[in-house]
Design a protein around this ligand. Sequence first.
Ligand code: GRF
Length: 202
Amino acid sequence: CRLVVLISGSGSNLQAIIDAQSAGQLPIEICAVISNREGVLGLERAAQAGIATRVLNHKSYESREAFDGALSAQIDAFEPDLVVLAGFMRILTAEFTNHYLGKMINIHPSLLPKYQGLHTHQRALEAGDAEHGVSVHFVTAELDGGPVISQARVPVLSSDTADTLAARVLEQEHLLYPRVIGWFAQGRLSMKDGKAFLDGEV
Ligand code: GRF
């Protein structure tokens, strides 16, 4: 299974995928890592692992459409089976998301449908939630609104700040994302009629 991973920052989820692949736990090849920001740690992680990197600065493009067009041309040059958004902080056009429908997944640090968008940990704290977590979902035109594939939960502690809660969630992200990518690589995961399907036992 050929993957292209899109990042904007530290790339700790990318690292978890690289590590699972190097440990022989994932039947995947990471063909490229593409970032919309130069100089981010995730690009160093990719280079360290011998993975091709590309930078496409969104500020160099006149419109969202122009950026997304250039981005999909870069992605498609690698002929991926799966596009993995791992901390990629750009809103995508419907044309872009439709082009990869059923072939693009995202990780979002909340128990969707709760807290789509930003500042999820702070919002969970302010709401007084007893539980918080992370979701992996297929990407559709609706931001953080595509069908959820799998979630992991963590408790919210009374001593938590947004940072301590984020760290607890991030540990789960690093377990969940490689697991879901493994399902896709095994051909067990698909999207039909706007719903996610997983064959067999989880
Ligand atoms: C993660 O919390 C992810 O859920 C969110 O952005 C963060 C990316 O972290 N979408 P990293 O770049 O993988 O370290």
